[in-house]
Design a protein around this ligand. Structure first.
Ligand SMILES: Cc1cc2nc3c(=O)[nH]c(=O)nc-3n(C[C@H](O)[C@H](O)[C@H](O)COP(=O)(O)O)c2cc1C
Length: 271
């Protein structure tokens, strides 16, 4: 009993440490290194063995270690938009498309040692609503239900993936904002049959940069004055949403996610 308690408390600490790593976006990597094959194999196992409703198949996975291929995917991610809080209307059309790319930089979270591309899939479908959704005359509710389940499955798998990567000592990043249409799309580049939905980067951080520094965008490259964060010849630094939320927490007693334990609302830092 005591032994289990000791082992579990060590595991609890390891799990929390890993979570505190993978919740952060790693913005640069040491591309001279390669992941050992054993770790790569474990990560692919983790990503492809996540639970899904009725054990249906909701995605397929393209895994890349080839730097040229990864660079080409990364080149199609110039969609990280800054100054959105103050200039949303100026930057975006009402359909959410950016009007002007001068407010955007590439997403270097996936300029990583290994890149996982989650693509849509509908093999092995067995649920009634889901089978209906695949019919040509399917109604919007059935279609939305399947779409939602597929997004959940990718979310669960990618969550397991980044958690396992952090437990193995790696840093991770995400990208959902990449070129989705036309000849420059990631789908066209990778020649996938179905739509890529989410990209995850895993790797070793660049020892010469801090977590949020962009590896190849400098302040001089930022087209608008208030977007710059330092001297022209310094690597541009991404803002951190988590740090923004920590400031909110300190000033306004803000808790990002409300939690009720047995119907009683709890302070998650004091459970
Ligand atoms: C499903 C998902 C999609 C994401 N897509 C993007 C993205 O397209 N671009 C980006 O810069 N970050 C993306 N992120 C990363 C989050 O913005 C990041 O994890 C969060 O802001 C916390 O990290 P930070 O404190 O470094 O900002 C995504 C994260 C998740 C979980």
């Amino acid at each position: 009993m005591l032994l289990i308690f000791i082992i579990n408390s060590q595991m609890n600490d390891e799990i929390k440490k890993a979570i505190d790593i993978c919740k952060l976006a790693q913005r640069n990597y040491d591309l001279k290194k390669r992941l050992p094959h054993n770790d790569l194999e474990t990560l692919i196992y983790v990503a492809t063995n996540s639970p899904s409703k009725q054990n249906e198949t909701h995605f397929n996975l393209r895994v890349y270690t080839d730097p040229a291929r990864i660079q080409a995917i990364y080149d199609r991610t110039k969609n990280f938009t800054f100054s959105t809080n103050t200039r949303t209307e100026e930057i975006f059309t009402t359909t959410g498309v950016q009007k002007d790319q001068k407010y955007s930089v590439t997403n270097s979270q996936i300029k990583a040692n290994v890149v996982f591309v989650y693509c849509d899939d509908t093999r092995n479908i067995r649920g009634g609503t889901h089978l209906t959704a695949l019919r040509e005359d399917a109604g919007p509710i059935a279609k939305e239900t399947l779409f939602e389940q597929k997004a959940m499955s990718i979310g669960i798998s990618s969550g397991q993936l980044v958690m396992a990567a952090a437990l193995l000592g790696y840093k991770t990043g995400y990208c959902s904002a990449f070129e989705k249409t036309g000849k420059d799309s990631v789908q066209n580049l990778l020649q996938t049959e179905s739509e890529p939905r989410l990209i995850v980067g895993v790797g070793y951080p660049d020892p010469n940069l801090t977590r949020k520094q962009h590896p190849d965008v400098y302040n001089k490259d930022i087209g608008i004055k208030e977007g710059k964060h330092g001297k022209d010849d310094e690597n541009w630094v991404y803002p951190s949403m988590i740090e923004e939320d920590m400031i909110k927490e300190a000033y306004y007693n803000y808790q990002k996610i409300d939690v009720w334990l047995n119907d009683e609302k709890v302070d998650i830092n004091k459970i």
